[in-house]
Design a protein around this ligand. Structure first.
Ligand code: NAD
Length: 473
């Protein structure tokens, strides 16, 4: 908790929860049970560094809710990791899964390391040791707790995790389902890497399609032509920027921890990524202006601001200076409760993290199902669908005495590949969740913001599931 932040991250989550609980009918005991973190596992283990020295590593796994099994949530590698942060992130996972109807309890893991300060070999040793500590305490497994990537981790770490788990559990047929976000060759699913960014895009696109909401924000309907600022060019930020740009929006600024760049004509995230790879910084990108501080990007005039780095970046200190009309919380917890109060006053629409960045866990759910079923999506129906479509099209062409163009023919005949099905499932999930939350908000005009409406949706779903289990007669 910084001196300017009156609440810790977990307290902020609890505060948002309490704000929403007032709009539900649940008994206080049920609400307390939903809020509590069920299991907190703090561990320390040694790692031998490449120079021969021994370092003690601090790490966590928190299972917030067991109302559904398994628990699900990413693993974060960051110097900022602490128990409060992991508890907050685990809670958000429970609410997120409930909102998007993914049948998991929430969990989160964290290792207190800055991955940039370790060699790949050291990171592998840390990840494998962390996994074996989880196995020892039954904190990982396809039916108990299933980690995934988060800040500072990706496919590579997930591959180490599944390999360690499988070697400690010989013969476990569903071992691949112990973690998601794996490389395709290790049981991953096509479409997972871009899932969170694509989900952010689908969610914001749906909001932008709502004529009444856009009129209230003083914006035209649709994503095309909107100006977008993205903070963080990691997995989530990169893909969010990519999908906004590909769909006609203009990404006018990008911020990384070393600085921020601006170009009113729009930036191409892949070109900036390559520039950063080559020079070590996003600064001095050809055609763009460097901003004095990386946080200046958050205060630019724009239609949509996407914070996709870390928590607490928009807070009581800078929220007043934010000029965006819509904020899409791609990161977890980027805006504090004090910022929410300012947004409500200024009429800024904040589309909340707890469902907007649910694309990752949604596609992780698809990956887990694929691992349990041991078959690639589309394998059974692709050829059948193509043959059927060809028959139907041939009949229509014969009856109408007219041939469709080659391009249309290709589109109509195309049977679904794995990535098509995954994207389609994700699109449906994000559209339904956006509509459901907006409806809750519209049905109760006392609800102050979209975050509170999202929490109401989550609380009702988790409480209903407890009630159905008969825990609260
Ligand atoms: P990542 O490590 O791939 O990328 C994060 C990027 O943010 C890095 O490039 C980092 O340098 C940059 N960054 C750090 N501090 C910054 C600052 N002050 N200003 C600008 N840039 C800064 O991580 P990610 O997976 O993209 O996760 C980002 C956020 O999204 C986290 O809050 C994470 O919890 C959340 N999230 C991730 C996923 C996922 O599938 N990866 C899913 C849901 C939510």
């Amino acid at each position: 908790m910084s001196s300017t932040q009156p609440y810790s991250f977990f307290q902020s989550v609890e505060r948002s929860f309490d704000k929403a609980a007032k709009f539900t009918q649940w008994d206080l005991g049920i609400l307390e049970q939903i809020k509590a973190c069920n299991s907190v596992y703090q561990m320390r283990f040694p790692v031998k560094r490449d120079d021969g020295s021994i370092e003690v590593i601090e790490a966590y796994r928190v299972q917030h809710s067991h109302h559904k099994a398994p628990c699900k949530g990413g693993i974060r590698f960051s110097e900022e990791v602490n128990q409060d942060e992991v508890m907050a992130l685990a809670s958000l996972m429970t609410y997120k899964c409930a909102i998007v109807n993914v049948p998991f309890g929430g969990a989160k893991g964290g290792i207190k390391v800055n991955p940039r300060k370790y060699s790949v070999y050291e990171l592998e040793k840390i990840t494998r040791r962390y996994t074996s500590e989880l196995v020892k305490k039954n904190f990982i497994g396809p039916g108990t707790d299933v980690p995934a990537p988060d800040y500072g981790t990706g496919e590579r770490e997930m591959a180490w995790i599944v390999d360690t788990y499988a070697s400690l559990k010989p013969g476990e047929i569903d071992a691949a389902g112990c973690v998601t976000g794996k490389p395709i060759t290790q049981g991953g699913v096509r479409g997972r890497k871009e899932a969170t960014g694509l989900g952010v895009f689908y969610g914001i696109r749906e909001v932008c399609e709502m004529a009444d909401v856009m009129a209230k924000q003083g914006l035209t309907v649709g994503v095309a032509g909107k100006t977008v600022v993205v903070q963080g060019l990691g997995n989530v930020g990169y893909h969010s920027a990519k999908f906004f740009r590909e769909n006609g929006a203009k990404v006018i600024a990008l911020a990384e921890y070393e600085g921020a760049i601006f170009n009113a004509d729009g930036l191409n995230e892949e070109e900036v990524f390559q520039h950063r790879k080559a020079t070590g910084s996003i600064l001095n990108f050809p055609g763009a202006t460097n901003l004095a501080k990386n946080t200046d990007a958050l205060e630019l005039e724009c239609d949509i601001l996407i914070p996709a780095a870390l928590e607490n970046v928009i807070n009581g200190d800078n929220a007043e200076r934010v000029k965006a009309k819509i904020i899409g919380e791609a990161a977890n917890g980027p805006c504090t409760p004090e910022a929410d109060d300012v947004f409500a006053e200024k009429g800024i629409l904040c589309v909340p993290d707890m469902y907007l960045n649910a694309g990752g866990v949604t596609v992780s759910y698809f990956e887990w199902l694929k691992n349990l079923s041991h078959v690639r999506y589309g394998r059974m129906e692709k050829r059948f669908t193509e043959n059927l479509n060809a028959q139907i099209l041939n009949q229509i062409e014969e009856m109408g005495n007219k041939k469709v163009s080659e391009k249309d023919r290709e589109f109509i005949l195309h049977g679904p590949e794995e990535v098509d099905l995954v994207h389609s499932g994700l699109e449906e999930t994000m559209i339904s969740a956006t509509r459901e939350i907006m409806q809750i908000w519209k049905d109760n005009p006392e609800i102050p913001d979209m975050r509170t409406a999202a929490y109401v949706s989550a609380i009702n779903k988790v409480a209903n599931s407890y009630a159905e289990l008969g825990i609260f007669p």
